[in-house]
Design a protein around this ligand. Structure first.
Ligand code: KIV
Length: 273
């Protein structure tokens, strides 16, 4: 992090993300789902905090992102927004809240924005959801698109492997990306696609393109907080860099506490009234 970034405590806006892309400054983005984690992530200087529907996996222990509800996402969104002073907060619209029609989509989008006070929403999909995207944008709600691997469609794919390796899927992704930009989305997430394709999309689009498993040629990077902090076990995709081993740290701390309780070492004279 440069000295300039450290001192810049102004609230991040969609416009400022656009300016970052224009001057070639990479955008940092990380998920958070609760108040305590979001306070730390924001204080560290993160540009964008995503209240991802990955909360379904890492918070609720579901196998996919599909079961998480609108009210659960609102709960997580509210908790995060309360903690954040600087970062732009984006909340994922969960599966089933925007695919059935644009009226339902805009009603659900307004509900999330009204209750959480988030800055923007993220939706998965291209031309198939364009009517909903337009309707939500018309209501004045900024949207971040999401293409490539779209976890809400896992039952259609049947696998979490890299997407858009074949020409036809890559061409569709490129045209979807343009359609989302033309509709007015302020940014786009590309998940688990070949780096060369992601680079091409980032070069063709004026809006910032944030990658996860999409290589270094895009305008920023996003990871799931619990994965990059080493809290989760048994998930090691090639794109994931672990910056800590919190699973080990927490397990050791808890073991020490158990041992201290069992041995009557805790509490001591100073730790009681
Ligand atoms: O839900 C999530 O965490 C996401 C990121 C993987 C981009 O959508």
């Amino acid at each position: 992090m440069s000295v300039h970034q450290k001192e810049d405590n102004r609230k991040v806006t969609t416009h400022r993300l656009f300016e970052m892309k224009q001057r070639g400054e990479k955008i940092s983005m990380l998920t958070s789902y609760d108040y305590t984690m979001a306070s730390m992530v924001d204080a560290a200087g993160m540009d964008v905090i995503l209240v991802g529907d990955s909360a379904s996996n890492v918070m609720a222990g579901n196998l996919t992102t599909l079961p998480i509800t609108l009210d659960q996402m609102i709960y997580h969104g509210k908790s995060v927004v309360k903690a954040v002073k600087r970062a732009l907060v984006v909340v994922d619209m969960p599966f089933g809240t925007y695919q059935a029609g644009e009226i339902e989509a805009v009603q659900n989008a307004i509900k999330i924005m009204k209750i959480t006070h988030a800055d923007a929403l993220k939706l998965e999909g291209g031309v198939e959801i364009l009517d909903a995207v337009r309707r939500i944008l018309d209501a004045g709600i900024p949207i971040m698109g999401h293409l490539g691997l779209m976890p809400q469609s896992i039952n259609k794919y049947g696998t979490y492997t890299v997407r858009a390796k074949q020409d036809a899927e890559a061409e569709k992704l490129i045209s979807d990306a343009h359609a989302l930009e033309d509709a007015g989305c302020f940014a786009l997430v590309l998940e688990k696609i070949p780096a060369s394709l992601a680079t091409r999309v980032a070069q063709e689009l004026k809006i910032p393109v944030i990658g996860i498993g999409a290589g270094g040629g895009v305008d920023g990077q996003v990871l799931v907080c619990n994965d990059m902090l080493g809290m989760t076990n048994g998930f090691s995709p090639r794109f994931l860099r672990r910056y800590a081993d919190l699973n080990g740290v927490i397990t050791d701390a808890v073991k020490n506490y158990i041992a201290d309780v069992k041995s009557c070492d805790f509490p001591n004279e100073q730790e009681q009234y």
